[in-house]
Design a protein. Structure first.
Ligand code: F6P
Ligand code: MN
Length: 332
C-alpha cells in the first residue's frame, strides 16, 4: 500500500481544494515536527532525566513537570521563527508569546496544551499535545483579546498522543485524519483517512471520584448507565478513565464512547480549559460526526472571555451527548 505522509496530505489539500494555504501547511508541519521531538523526549523516560517536577507553578497554580516546561519550549522555539504566526498562547504561559521582532509576523494564532495528562508523565501512561489554530483579526495587535474567538472560528486543530505509538489526529475542517509516526522514516504516515464516530456507545469516561460533587443531570446519566441491562438504557455500559484527555479522546475516535469532565460543586467552572483543550477536541469530535457541549451549549459556540478560562466538557458519541445535554435542560 502506498504510504501518504502528513506533508503529502497537506500539499494535496493545498493543491486540490485550496483550503490549506502554504502558511497553514507550514504551521501544521512545524507543530508536527515539534511533537516528534517531544515524543522522542517522552520516550527516554527515566533515562533522559526528563521526569519529575520542575519546581515551578503555571498560571493556574498547578505544579509544572519538567516535561510540561520542555514541551512548551520545544513548541515555542519551533514556531516563533517561521513567519506563520502572529502570536502563540499556551497553558504554561500566562500571556500570549509575541513573535520576536527579528522574525516576520504571520496571520495565525496558535493555542496549545504542550503536554496534556501531566499526572501520567511519571507513571509511563500515554500523554500528548493539543493545539488549536485561529486567524489573527486583520489590523489588530496579537494580544490576549485577539485570541478570544469562539471555537467555531478555528481553522485547524489537532492532538498528538505519546503512547505505545505516537499518533497525530488532525482536522482542517475537512473531516478528521489520523497519522502514526514511523520512527524509522521519521515521518507521520496516514493510518486513517476519515475518522468517524458512531452515534451510540456502551462506554463512558468520567472521573467517578467526583461523583459526590456532580450536578443531578450527570448523576442521572451515570446512574442509568450503571443500572445496565435491566435499567432504563437496557444495556450494560463499560467504563474507562485514562486521565489524559488525549488518550481518552483518542480511544473514543478509535472505538466510540462519551467523555465527560462536567462542572461540579468542586470544579465550579469546569476542570478543562476552553481554548486549548475543549475547543480543539470539540472541533475534531464534530468533524468526526460526534458532538460536544458544556451540558447546555455547543462548546464551539461559546464566546471566550479569558485565555485560560475553564469549561464543563461532554463530548463524543452524538446521541449520548445529546441525551446528557437534554438531561441538563430538563433539570433547569
Ligand atoms: O489537562 C487536564 C487533564 O490532565 C486531562 O488530560 C484529563 O482528562 C484530566 O485532567 C484528568 O483529571 P483527573 O486528575 O481529575 O482525573
Ligand atoms: Mn491538559
Amino acid at each position: 500500500m502506498k504510504k501518504i505522509t502528513l506533508t503529502q496530505y497537506l500539499i494535496e489539500l493545498q493543491r486540490n481544494k485550496g483550503c490549506v494555504s502554504a502558511e497553514l501547511r507550514l504551521l501544521i508541519e512545524v507543530v508536527a515536527r515539534a511533537c516528534k521531538r517531544i515524543s522522542h523526549e517522552v520516550s527516554k523516560g527515566a533515562l533522559g532525566g526528563v521526569l519529575g517536577g520542575a519546581g515551578t507553578e503555571n498560571i493556574q497554580g498547578e505544579a509544572q513537570k519538567k516535561l510540561d516546561v520542555i514541551a512548551n519550549e520545544v513548541l515555542v522555539e519551533a514556531n516563533e521563527w517561521g513567519g506563520h504566526l502572529a502570536a502563540l498562547a499556551s497553558e504554561e504561559m500566562e500571556h500570549p508569546h509575541q513573535i520576536p521582532s527579528r522574525y516576520p509576523r504571520g496571520e495565525f494564532l496558535l493555542l496549545m496544551d504542550p503536554l496534556d495528562g501531566s499526572s501520567n508523565i511519571d507513571v509511563n501512561v500515554s500523554i500528548g499535545t493539543i493545539f488549536s489554530v485561529l486567524r489573527c483579526p486583520e489590523g489588530v495587535e496579537a494580544n490576549e483579546q485577539a485570541f478570544l474567538q469562539p471555537g467555531s472560528a478555528q481553522v485547524a486543530a489537532g492532538f498528538a498522543v505519546y503512547g505505545p505509538s505516537t499518533v497525530l489526529v488532525l482536522t482542517v475542517g475537512r473531516g478528521v485524519v489520523e497519522f502514526t509516526l514511523d520512527r524509522e522514516l521519521g515521518s507521520f504516515i496516514m493510518t486513517e483517512a476519515n475518522v468517524t464516530l458512531s452515534a451510540d456507545t456502551q462506554e463512558f469516561a468520567i472521573n467517578m471520584s467526583n461523583m459526590r460533587n456532580w450536578e443531578s443531570p450527570i448523576k442521572r446519566y451515570i446512574d442509568e448507565c450503571l443500572a445496565g441491562k435491566t435499567g432504563p438504557r437496557g444495556k450494560d455500559f463499560n467504563m474507562r478513565w485514562v486521565a489524559s484527555m488525549v488518550a481518552d479522546v483518542f480511544r473514543i475516535m478509535a472505538r466510540g464512547g462519551i467523555f465527560m469532565y462536567p462542572k461540579d460543586s468542586k470544579h465550579t467552572a469546569g476542570r478543562l480549559r476552553l481554548m486549548y483543550e475543549a475547543n480543539p477536541m470539540a472541533f475534531i469530535v464534530e468533524q468526526a460526526g460526534g458532538a460536544a457541549t458544556d451540558g447546555y451549549r455547543r462548546i464551539l459556540d461559546i464566546q471566550p472571555v479569558a485565555l485560560h478560562e475553564r469549561v464543563g466538557v461532554i463530548l463524543g458519541a452524538k446521541a449520548e451527548v445529546e441525551r446528557v445535554t437534554r438531561y441538563h435542560h430538563e433539570a433547569r
